[in-house]
Write a protein that binds this ligand. Structure first.
Ligand code: HPA
Ligand code: ZN
Length: 334
């Protein structure tokens, strides 16, 4: 099965580009930009990645992002991620970026977008990996800050397909951002949001009803409300689940306890994603493998995660059909 998983075409829908910053690159950029970091080696950085909840991770994650200063840094970060995509047979990826993490430090919005976009374009031409870019508002900041960020995004409508919502879910529910999401929808952005990761299942309902979300990021706490589960099945709302992230942040105690395969078998549109792979110990193949090791599945079931992700992606119908056929051919050839 390992070989089947490694070669399976994959589509990633939940990846924070700042969360793909490997300790080695963090060190190189710290040196290049003369930024002090509180570690002596990449090994020491890795040893610090012991988290007990979402907030304990976020504190370290925002600190890591401080080494990103120039357009070239954002390009290097994104290019390194795309090379990992290539190695894992990721054929399409929709990545998040957190502009406020950078603009709050005085980095221009353009610096961030241009660096990421340049790497994504090169990924398309040189690696054959298609992609989309999604801007995430930081939910621990207020809605006025999100409005200002949306303003900054307006000239880049051609490069940014949608807006999302990340950071601390507890205490910052979706309703806090209702107005800015309404404005983003009016401007033609698609919307998604993190919900039901650490927060209650009500956040998932409100994300759909108040933010107009076409996908829910994480969403694993939906099982606490049977009516919501029935809705997610009926409406085929995609959930972008991140198994190794959930394990590292103690959303589940063990991979055996993770509910993703149970949700798959109930025919929810669940997908597998890596979230912040440099911090959580694995990219796409590692996430698929960890789920399959803990929950024996047929090849058809494993491939269903890719079929679901294709359906849930922000690409044209033609492109969806092409990727579906590619995956079907792979499944049949095995
Ligand atoms: N949850 C919320 N915010 C985040 C995450 C996450 O998993 N990763 C990066 N920012
Ligand atoms: Zn996330």
């Amino acid at each position: 099965m390992n070989q089947f998983i490694a070669g399976l075409p994959k589509v990633e829908l939940h990846l924070h580009i700042e969360g793909s910053l490997e300790p080695e690159l963090m060190f190189a950029l710290a040196e290049r930009n003369q930024i002090a970091i509180p570690y002596r080696s990449p090994e020491e950085v890795r040893a610090a990645y012991q988290f007990h909840n979402l907030q304990s991770f976020l504190d370290i994650y925002y600190q890591g992002a401080n080494v990103l200063i120039h357009e070239q840094d954002f390009y290097d970060l994104t290019w390194a991620y795309l090379l990992r995509c290539k190695a894992d047979n990721v054929v399409h990826t929709e990545i998040f970026f957190d502009p406020q993490t950078h603009t709050e430090r005085g980095i221009a919005f353009e610096t961030v977008v241009h660096g990421i976009h340049r790497a994504l374009e090169q990924g398309r031409t040189e690696l054959g990996i298609s992609s989309q870019l999604i801007l995430c508002f930081l939910r621990h900041l207020d809605q006025d800050a999100a409005f200002r960020t949306l303003e900054q995004a307006m000239p880049h409508r051609d490069k940014i397909i949608g807006v999302g919502l990340d950071s601390s879910e507890l205490g910052h529910p979706p309703e806090k951002f209702k107005d800015v999401f309404e404005k983003a929808l009016e401007a033609g952005f698609l919307t998604v949001a993190h919900a039901g990761e650490e927060g209650p299942s009500q956040n998932i309902d409100n994300t759909l009803d108040l933010l107009g979300a076409t996908r829910v990021d994480h969403g694993v706490r939906c099982v606490e409300d049977p009516a919501l589960v029935a809705r997610l099945i009926r409406e085929q709302v995609p959930l972008t689940v991140c198994p190794l992230s959930n394990l590292k942040l103690k959303v589940f105690e063990s991979m055996r306890d993770h509910n993703i395969v149970e949700l798959l078998r109930k025919e929810l549109c669940v997908t597998i994603n890596s979230d912040d792979p440099a911090y959580f110990g694995g990219y796409m193949t590692d996430n698929f493998q960890a789920v399959a090791d803990a929950h024996p599945m047929s090849r058809e079931e494993i491939a269903q995660f890719t079929f679901n992700a294709i359906m849930a992606s922000f690409i044209s119908e033609e492109e969806k059909q092409r990727l579906t056929q590619l995956t079907r051919n792979y499944l049949e050839s095995f």
